[in-house]
Design a protein around this ligand. Structure first.
Ligand code: PXG
Length: 472
């Protein structure tokens, strides 16, 4: 089979996630056939540096034989069994123990799911159930944030704050409210020029104040929980101002409301700690997890449950009518277990904090000197570039599609860098070397140059030339 054959079958039968089906059919998919380390290979023979670790998940990098062996052995031993009817199996039990050892001290239980979206569905049912058991059944409102991503199931979409998602397939789950996001570059910066504008720290406190105002508006007696990502991923790698989380903590301390920290992206080393909550000194009641839990080798997610909620569910709850066929799937659990062992044995989480994260930060920050870049920010191994019009230092009109153009030129130059509007994002595998970071930076800069050149052309067509689609 050649690329064209795959594309024809793809076009005929495959409805892709988050995709304009018709537009993709006309353009054709890039077919990815294999991968190793931090590189993916397409069906045209191109080797591409995966600056996104798949979809924020391949923390250990591609091609790890240890994970293949873990899956193979477990498939032979016990390919499937459930944990519904007073049964369990070794891989899920061991993984539960490992997770609770790595999690903050007050977290000693886990509920397994098949994905991050299912984890957040579990969160919603669990927080409402918790308050019902506490004799406060009116505490049902959950406060999330605009432009947050918590998944694609109905509860995930409702908890998230993605306006285009809310506009499709509703109505959403009732009693979920959204407050503003701590996105300084997008919403806090004002005034002239690139760096002028509101002080980020004051802006961070303002965002926390918006949470408090919402709690007061809804009434503390009606609010079950606040849910947030430590650093927003899909929303645009939004690293909050330093003032934000401490101010949110202070707000939450005044009210009896559960804190849910969505660790689906930030967990498992992305920010240089096992959990983003640790980086920000948070003590969440619930932590949804997925992605890096198995480095994406197999689908598995879960909710880490703090003692306060767990004790109530266990001591007072009776049966919790909730679960999935694949909750704690033995093969997925065995691979996740091996993945965590390798992350630990190779010291990869500390390496992000102490060595490779700071190295990325210094190289990434230098891209701010590029005329197209209004801000370059990073934390651990998450980074973002805000593209701006060099003439004004302000953002481009969304309709110009500059981010998409830059993303396509990155791909053409042999780098996966994702765009969210005009925000360019990276989230590479944690195993990335310094040389590979240098390569990533060179390719990103080349794509920025190519984008600038394209914008300078009269009546520029925002699509790359067909021959540019293939990396050299
Ligand atoms: N929470 C967070 C913070 C996520 O990033 C989910 C929950 C849902 O996980 P599942 O496993 O159900 O996909 C995610 C997923 C993007 C993108 O475009 C990000 C995600 C998924 C799809 C696309 O950046 N994150």
């Amino acid at each position: 089979m050649h690329t064209r054959d795959y594309q024809a079958l793809d076009r005929a039968h495959y409805l892709h996630p988050f995709t304009d089906f018709k537009a993709l059919g006309e353009e054709g998919s890039r077919i990815i056939e294999r991968a190793e380390g931090v590189y993916i290979h397409d069906s045209e023979g191109n080797r591409i540096l995966d600056g996104m670790a798949g979809l924020w998940c391949v923390n250990l990098g591609y091609g790890r034989e240890e994970l293949v062996a873990a899956a193979t052995e477990q498939m032979r031993q016990l390919p499937y069994y459930n944990s519904f009817f007073k049964t369990a199996h070794p891989p899920a039990v061991k993984l539960a123990e490992t997770l609770c050892r790595l999690a903050p001290a007050h977290v000693n239980h886990v509920f397994f799911t098949g994905s991050g979206s299912e984890a957040n569905d579990t969160v919603l049912r669990m927080v409402r159930r918790y308050w019902a058991l506490k004799g406060q059944p009116d505490k049902q409102w959950v406060i999330g944030r605009k432009n947050a991503y918590h998944g694609s199931t109905v509860a995930g979409v409702s908890l998230g704050g993605m306006a285009p998602m809310h506009a499709q397939g509703g109505p959403l789950v009732p009693k979920i409210a959204h407050v503003r996001q701590p996105y300084w570059f997008g919403e806090g910066r004002s005034g002239e020029g690139r760096t002028a504008g509101q002080d980020p720290e004051a802006f961070g406190r303002e965002c926390a104040a918006a949470l408090e105002a919402k709690i007061q508006e809804l009434g503390e007696e009606n609010v079950a929980a606040f849910i947030a990502e430590p650093v927003q991923g899909a929303g645009g790698a939004i690293i909050p101002p330093e003032s934000y989380w401490p101010a949110v903590k202070a707000v939450l301390a005044k009210y009896d409301i559960l804190l849910v920290v969505d660790e689906v992206i930030c967990g498992f080393g992305r920010l240089g700690e096992w959990f983003g909550s640790v980086h920000y000194g948070l003590e969440p009641d619930l932590m949804p997890i997925a992605k890096g839990l198995s480095s994406g080798y197999l689908p598995i997610g879960g909710v880490l449950v703090g003692d306060r909620v767990a004790e109530t569910l266990i001591e007072e709850g009776g049966e919790f009518f909730h679960g999935f066929t694949y909750s704690g799937h033995p093969v997925c659990a065995a691979v996740a277990q091996r993945n965590l062992e390798l992350l630990e044995a190779e010291g990869l989480v500390d390496r992000v904090r102490d060595e490779i994260g700071p190295y990325l930060a210094s190289r990434w920050k230098a891209l701010e000197a590029h005329p197209l870049v209004g801000e370059a920010r990073s934390l651990g191994l998450i980074g973002a570039l805000e593209l701006v019009d060099p003439a004004t230092g302000e953002r481009f009109a969304e309709s110009r599609g500059v981010g998409t153009l830059c993303r396509d030129l990155c791909f053409a130059g042999g780098l996966v860098m994702r765009s969210v509007g005009d925000t360019m994002i990276i989230s590479p595998p944690l195993v990335i070397s310094r040389d590979e970071i240098d390569e990533l930076i060179d390719k990103a800069r080349a794509a920025l140059d190519a984008t600038l050149a394209r914008l300078a052309e009269p009546e520029s067509d925002p699509r790359p030339d067909p021959q540019e689609e293939s990396p050299a």
